[in-house]
Design a protein. Sequence first.
Length: 258
Amino acid sequence: MDYQNILVRYEDNIAIVTINREKALNALNRRTFAELRHFFSEGAEKNIIGVIVTGAGEKAFVAGADIKEFDGLDQESAAQLSRNGQEVFLSIERYDKPVIAAVNGFALGGGCELAMACHMRVAGGKARFGQPEVNLGIIPGYGGTQRLVQLIGKGKALELLMTADMIKADEAHRLGLANHVVEPGEEVAKAKEILLKIGTKAPVAVAKIIECVNAYFEPLVNGIEYEINAFGETANTEDFKEGAAAFVEKRKAEFKGR
Ligand code: COA
């Protein structure tokens, strides 16, 4: 697929995906969703450590769904728009390698939801988080009512969702929405540092961690059973033998991802 709204570059075996619609504060239109869907299903190089998602320019990570595409939406087409966005964000949440949002500015509405679909969030000092949909007469449609509760708890999530308040990076960190706060411009570097550390670990184990933690939030999945099976699967890898042998031999493990 020819990407027009996202830029993809690779550094140190890490994919850096930049939402690149700076004039519209990187708002997510249909085309951008299609490109993200493609990237997270088949577009990424295979042997990467993980992915960093960020926004072009200094002002915005993503300022939401593209409000200019809301014109003419009816109940059915709006539900379809929501379903499409949910699928794309689920593909990020279920991606088998770590995905970190490097939040460089406004992360509002769909932008906050995109950041929350990622496995971690590094906020720059200029980052602002919020779910302002009630200002427009709608609600979040890309998982905001679910993932915000998971990350910061019911009471505070209800407050942010109903007041449309925007919070700064430090507050997001205090609430558990941001994993780290860094100086403006340092977001991608910090995300890279985290991914490079994860890159020294066994890839199958990392993938299984993502699956198991996601299983906790699946109402129809027994997370403990899921973990038992996943533990068995990791123990059946060459990397487990290598990791255990390296410990005994007091050397650094060389993981192969199998
Ligand atoms: N969808 C489409 N376009 C958007 C957008 C969005 N979600 N957010 C910003 N833009 C566009 C603006 O329309 C403007 O375009 P224009 O220059 O063609 O008029 C441009 O980005 C710059 O935005 P502007 O509002 O002029 O910047 P600002 O600094 O005054 O305010 C924000 C920044 C983020 C506070 C403001 O843009 C905003 O509230 N955006 C909408 C956030 C939102 O409600 N998101 C949830 C959507 S469901």
